[in-house]
Design a protein around this ligand. Structure first.
Ligand code: AHR
Length: 331
C-alpha cells in the first residue's frame, strides 16, 4: 500500500508535467501575446515590398522569399517597386490597410521612410528590414536581417590589394546613390585603402546604380577618360562588374588580366566570368534569406523579440576555387 504522502506527491508531479507539456510550443508555432491567438506559419500573413528585379542577386532573394513562403504555407503579399521609393511606400501603406501580421522591406535608399514606418508602428505591425536598412530610430523596426556591408567593402579592398602592385590606379563603380550597401561598401573600402594601401589611387568613383547597363556605361566613360591608366575595378556588386567586363572587352583589353575585377555578391554569372579568367574575386553577399525572414516574422507576430541584427554567413571567392564552386551557386 502507498502512503498518502506518496500518492499526493505523485499527483503533484503528474499535474506539473501536464502543465509543462501544455505550455511547450510545437515546431513552427510560437507563443502569442496575451489575448491573441497563437499564429502558425499557416495563419501568418506577410507583406513584402521588394525593390525590383535589377539583378540576379535580387531575383535570387525574391525566389528565396517566395519559395520559403510556399513551403511553409505562409500567405505572402508580394509587391515589386520597380526601383522606386514611392512605390515601396505605397506598398507599405497597402499592407497596413490589409492588416498583415508582419512587413518585410529592403529599403531602396536609407532616407524618407520614417513617416510610413511610424504608421506601421501605430498599427501594431512589426517591420523587418531585410538585406538593406533605412536610417531610422530603432523603435521603428523590429530587426535587420542581412550582411555587414562595411566588412564587405573592407574585404574587397584587402582582396584588391593582393591583385595589384602597391602603386596602382583603380576605378570604383558605386551602387545606387543613397542606398545603404553603397554607402557602407564605400566606407569599408576607403578606410582599408587609407589604412593599409596608401599608394593605391582611386582615379574616379561613380554610381552604376547596381545594374549591368549603367555599370557598363560608366566603365566606358572611365576607359575613355583614363586610357591605359586603370589597373583594377572595384564594383559594389557583381552586376556592375559584369557591365565593366563588357566595356573592357569592347575596348580591346582583357578583363581579369589587363584590368583586375573585384566585386561583391557572388552571383553565378561572376563565377562563370572567373572561370573564364575575366574576373578575379567576389565577396559574397547572401540573398537567400527566406528561411531566416519567416522564422523571425512568426516570432514577431506572436509577440516575441528577436535579435536587432540577424547576420548572414558569407565567404570570399577567388578565381582558383571558382570552377569547383560554380555548380553549387543558386543565384
Ligand atoms: O542590398 C543588397 C545589395 O543590393 C546587393 O549587393 C546588390 O546586388 C543589390 O542591388
Amino acid at each position: 500500500m502507498k502512503s498518502l504522502a506518496k500518492v499526493l506527491f505523485e499527483i503533484v508531479v503528474f499535474i506539473t508535467v501536464l502543465s509543462l507539456v501544455a505550455c511547450a510550443a510545437p515546431t513552427g508555432v510560437s507563443q502569442a501575446p496575451a489575448g491573441k491567438t497563437v499564429k502558425t506559419y499557416k495563419t501568418l500573413v506577410v507583406g513584402f515590398a521588394q525593390i525590383g528585379a535589377e539583378s540576379g542577386w535580387r531575383d535570387g532573394e525574391t525566389q528565396s522569399i517566395k519559395e520559403t513562403a510556399a513551403k511553409l504555407g505562409v500567405d505572402l503579399k508580394f509587391s515589386d517597386a520597380q526601383q522606386k521609393q514611392e512605390n515601396q511606400i505605397k506598398a507599405l501603406r497597402a499592407f497596413i490597410a490589409q492588416k498583415v501580421d508582419v512587413i518585410g522591406i529592403p529599403p531602396v535608399v536609407t532616407t524618407g521612410f520614417e513617416t510610413v514606418l511610424q504608421e506601421a508602428k501605430d498599427a501594431g505591425i512589426p517591420v523587418i528590414f531585410i538585406d538593406r536598412k533605412a536610417d531610422v530610430p530603432e523603435d521603428l523596426y523590429a530587426t535587420f536581417i542581412g550582411s555587414d556591408f562595411v566588412l564587405e567593402g573592407k574585404n574587397a579592398a584587402i582582396e584588391l590589394g593582393k591583385q595589384v602592385d602597391e602603386k596602382a590606379n583603380i576605378v570604383e563603380l558605386e551602387g545606387t546613390v543613397g542606398a545603404g550597401p553603397a554607402i557602407d561598401r564605400k566606407k569599408g573600402f576607403d578606410d582599408e585603402i587609407a589604412a593599409n594601401h596608401k599608394d593605391i589611387k582611386v582615379l574616379e568613383s561613380q554610381s552604376g546604380d547596381f545594374n549591368l547597363a549603367k555599370g557598363k556605361e560608366v566603365m566606358q566613360s572611365f576607359l575613355k577618360k583614363y586610357p591605359g591608366q586603370i589597373q583594377a575595378v572595384y564594383a559594389h556588386n557583381d552586376e556592375m562588374a559584369l557591365g565593366a567586363i563588357q566595356a573592357i572587352e569592347e575596348a580591346g583589353l582583357k578583363p581579369g588580366v589587363d584590368i583586375k575585377i573585384v566585386s561583391i555578391d557572388g552571383e553565378k554569372a561572376i563565377f562563370e566570368a572567373m572561370v573564364a579568367g575575366k574576373a578575379n574575386v567576389t565577396v559574397e553577399c547572401n540573398p537567400l534569406l527566406g528561411p531566416q525572414f519567416f522564422e523571425a516574422a512568426l516570432k514577431l507576430a506572436n509577440g516575441e523579440t528577436v535579435d536587432k541584427w540577424i547576420k548572414s554567413n558569407e565567404g570570399i571567392f577567388r578565381q582558383d576555387t571558382a570552377a569547383a564552386e560554380l555548380p553549387k551557386r543558386v543565384y
